[in-house]
Design a protein around this ligand. Structure first.
Ligand SMILES: Nc1ncnc2c1ncn2[C@@H]1O[C@H](COP(=O)(O)OP(=O)(O)O)[C@@H](O)[C@H]1O
Ligand SMILES: [Mg+2]
Length: 148
C-alpha cells in the first residue's frame, strides 16, 4: 500500500543525507521520479544518493547530457534529466536504462517522458518553502518508510 511520507529539510546537507538513506534502503531496480521547480533540490538529492552508493564522481545536473550512468559505486546509478526531452517524440532508447535491474534510476523532470515510466516508480516531490527549507514528499510503502 502506498503512503505519503512528508519531511522537511533545512539545508542542502540534510537533503543529501536523505538521499544517502534512500540509497541504503532502496532495492535494486528502483526508479525514483523527482518533481520540483528549478532549484528545488532534485540534483542535490541525487548527489546524496550517489554518496550513499559510494560514488566518488561529482554528480552534476545532466540537463545538457540527458543521462549519466555511474558505475563505480556499490551499485549502478542512472541519472536522467528529461527537461530537454519536452515535446521530443523520438525514441532514443532511454527506456533501456530506466529501472536497470542492478541499480537505482533517478529521473528529474519525469513529466516529459511519461510514457517511459515504470508503474512501480516512486514519486518524490520537492517544494521550496524558504531559502534553505524544503518540503519533501515521498510515496513509499510502509515497510521502506520505517527504514528511513
Ligand atoms: N534544504 C535544501 N535542500 C536542497 N537544496 C537546498 C536546500 N537549501 C538550499 N538548497 C540549495 O538549493 C539549490 C538546489 O539546486 P539543485 O539541487 O540543482 O536543484 P534542482 O536540481 O531541483 O534544479 C542548491 O543551490 C542548494 O544549495
Ligand atoms: Mg537538477
Amino acid at each position: 500500500m502506498d503512503n505519503q511520507f512528508v519531511l522537511i529539510t533545512n539545508s542542502e546537507e540534510e537533503t543529501m543525507r536523505l538521499g544517502e538513506r534512500l540509497a541504503s534502503i532502496l532495492p535494486s531496480g528502483s526508479t525514483l521520479l523527482l518533481t520540483g521547480d528549478l532549484g528545488a533540490g532534485k540534483t542535490t538529492l541525487v548527489r546524496g544518493i550517489a554518496r550513499g552508493l559510494n560514488i566518488k564522481e561529482v554528480v552534476q545536473s545532466p540537463t545538457f547530457n540527458i543521462m549519466k550512468i555511474y558505475l563505480k559505486g556499490n551499485r549502478p546509478l542512472i541519472h536522467i534529466d528529461a527537461y530537454r526531452l519536452a515535446d521530443f517524440d523520438t525514441d532514443i532508447g532511454l527506456d533501456e536504462y530506466i529501472g536497470y535491474e542492478t541499480g537505482i534510476t533517478v529521473i528529474e523532470w519525469p513529466e516529459f517522458i511519461q510514457k517511459l515510466l515504470p508503474d512501480d516508480a516512486i514519486n518524490v516531490t520537492i517544494l521550496r518553502k524558504g531559502d534553505t527549507t524544503r518540503e519533501i514528499t515521498i510515496d513509499i510503502d510502509e515497510e521502506l518508510r520505517r527504514l528511513i
